[in-house]
Design a protein. Structure first.
Length: 545
């Protein structure tokens, strides 16, 4: 990494620690003039339509909020605890963090070179042609919808518990949770429609809420828990619930990595907010990297604090005692009512922030994809409101997130967590396939790829290879059933324990593949230029080749 990159990163962290929100993140004289960003955007073929009002800190904050260690780290904690057990927390989180950093570095280089809201699909179309952009875009869009659904459903679970704790008795059954889920989706849609300035403010607050929330979690659990497990328990205790007849606890541990891997989704938001960020070719890349690093460290402290506080492992894994969500059981049985209630409130609010940010990011991705004519009704989804917000795209994301989790109300109540786990799998697989395609194309077309200000230099090849190997591995793992009854060859096979992610994946690939062959290849030509000339530094225009 060049000295200038190191220096600018230090400036970023200095301002982060000082509590910058917008104008204080960098001295105003250090910010590029809006025309610099607009000129680069015009070179890529687009005029400035979205409001470019976000700082680099705000760009970091939205990705950090979507990754949200207080959301994925807690809501999906039971997936890891049931598959591998405490060792999944102790060893799985660092493993996933390192692998994700390789993916993040590869993506950050692309985000720096191509700072557009289209992000992943735009990179793929630029490097490989329309067909690559088509498949990447649809994987990304479906992953965005699934992750929004999973985030808001997880938030509904914690919010429902909190409402009951503070005296608003609505019950904790899945009907109550689903109704709260609907209310949260509506709230996020309405807030997103208000304007980009509010989004920046909310995400800035959210970043500090997450940092402060993790600190409170760790301190309360470290000094206030009724019982603490031993170091040996946390780092060596295993749980093997896969029961598939091969691999033993090692296979179960691999399945449990979904906990951390699902948490580390959504950092592509920094790329999708490029057209609203100052100095986007640098800040979007830094937003991706800093999100992964901060989330890795703070997230590990959080889940280790929770794991050390497990009062009884068997009870934490018992659906009749944990309602399918071990973290809630651990907090309620390790702390008094005041402290457990406080931590649940902190987590619930963090998850509300997370879902809000996810809708923001997903709507920008849809806006850009529709702007290039790839989505039915493109003119509607790419339309901006008077405040330059893609309100229709916000509604699209919210409605389909709701539709995706309708199955959670159709399966037997005891299997409702299966629907949630399937949503997390679909989100993780969809997003990481979308992450992987442009990284692969960067490897193929490495010699003619023009890097931006942020780059990994000659290391792009090993970084990309490691990233791709990991994406292939996790995509295979997360389509496998986590229960032996989910395998068709088992005489006790039941649809209630099937992992629906591969069914959804095959359906998606088949549908968008057929659509491409039958129709889309005749009209989807990749990114469309909305401007033919880019202003030069002196305010004049130059014609792009």
């Amino acid at each position: 990494m060049r000295l200038t990159q190191v220096y600018s990163t230090l400036i970023f962290w200095q301002t982060l620690c000082e509590g910058s929100v917008y104008t204080r993140e960098l001295h105003m004289s250090d910010l590029p003039s809006p025309s610099d960003d607009e000129r680069r955007l015009a070179e890529l073929g687009y005029k400035q339509e979205l409001a470019r009002s976000w700082s680099g800190f705000s760009n970091f904050a939205i990705s950090f909020t979507i990754v949200s260690i207080l959301t994925g780290g807690l809501a999906s904690y039971g997936i890891g605890l049931a598959n591998g057990g405490p060792i999944t927390m102790a060893w799985g989180w660092p493993l996933v963090s390192i692998m994700v950093l390789f993916i993040g570095m590869a993506m950050a280089e692309l985000a720096s070179a191509y700072p557009t809201s289209g992000g992943l699909y735009w990179w793929a179309a630029q490097l490989g042609g329309p067909v690559w952009g088509w498949f990447t875009g649809w994987f990304n869009l479906i992953g965005q919808i699934a992750v929004t659904a999973a985030i808001d459903y997880g938030a509904a679970i914690f919010t429902t518990v909190v409402l009951n704790v503070i005296g608003i008795d609505i019950g904790t059954d899945r009907t109550a949770i689903f109704l709260v889920f609907i209310v949260i989706l509506v709230l996020h849609a309405v807030l997103n429609a208000i304007g980009p300035h509010l989004s920046a403010v909310i995400n800035n607050i959210s970043a500090w809420w997450h940092v402060g929330g993790v600190a409170i979690f760790v301190l309360v659990l470290a000094f206030g828990a009724n019982h603490h497990q031993s170091v040996e328990f946390v780092f060596t205790k295993t749980v093997d619930n896969a029961g598939v007849g091969f691999g033993g606890v090692a296979f179960s541990f691999l399945l449990g990595l979904l906990h951390a891997q699902y948490t580390f989704t959504g950092y592509d938001a920094s790329a999708h907010m490029s057209e609203e960020t100052h100095d986007a070719s640098r800040m979007a890349a830094k937003g991706i990297i800093n999100t992964i690093v901060v989330s890795a460290i703070a997230g590990y402290l959080l889940i280790m604090a929770v794991t050390f506080a497990i009062p009884n492992l068997d009870d934490a894994l018992d659906p009749t005692k944990n309602s399918g969500y071990p973290v809630i059981y651990i907090l309620e049985n390790s702390l008094n009512s005041f402290w457990s209630g406080l931590l649940l409130i902190i987590a619930a609010i963090a998850q509300l922030f997370c879902g809000y940010a996810s809708v923001t990011s997903a709507s920008r991705m849809l806006f850009a994809f529709a702007r290039d004519g790839a989505v039915p009704g493109s003119a509607l989804w790419s339309k901006l409101s008077a405040k330059r917000v893609p309100v229709n795209a916000v509604l699209f994301i919210s409605v389909f997130a709701f539709v995706l989790l309708i199955p959670s109300m159709l399966v037997p109540a005891e299997n409702a967590p299966t629907a949630y786990a399937a949503a997390t799998s679909v989100a993780t697989i969809g997003l990481y396939i979308a992450y992987g395609i442009p990284i692969l194309l960067r490897q193929v077309h490495g010699t003619r790829f023009r890097t931006g200000p942020w780059q990994v230099g000659k290391w792009y090849r090993p970084v990309g290879v490691v990233a791709l190997i990991w994406i292939v591995l996790i995509s295979f793992l997360f389509i496998l059933p986590t229960d032996d009854r989910g395998y068709p060859w088992n005489s006790e096979f039941t649809w209630n324990t099937v992992n629906y992610a591969p069914i959804a994946l095959v359906g998606v690939v088949g549908a968008i593949g057929i659509w491409w062959l039958v129709s889309a290849r005749n009209w989807f030509t990749g990114p469309k230029r909305t401007v033919e000339e880019a202003p030069d530094a002196g305010g004049e225009t130059t014609v792009n080749a």
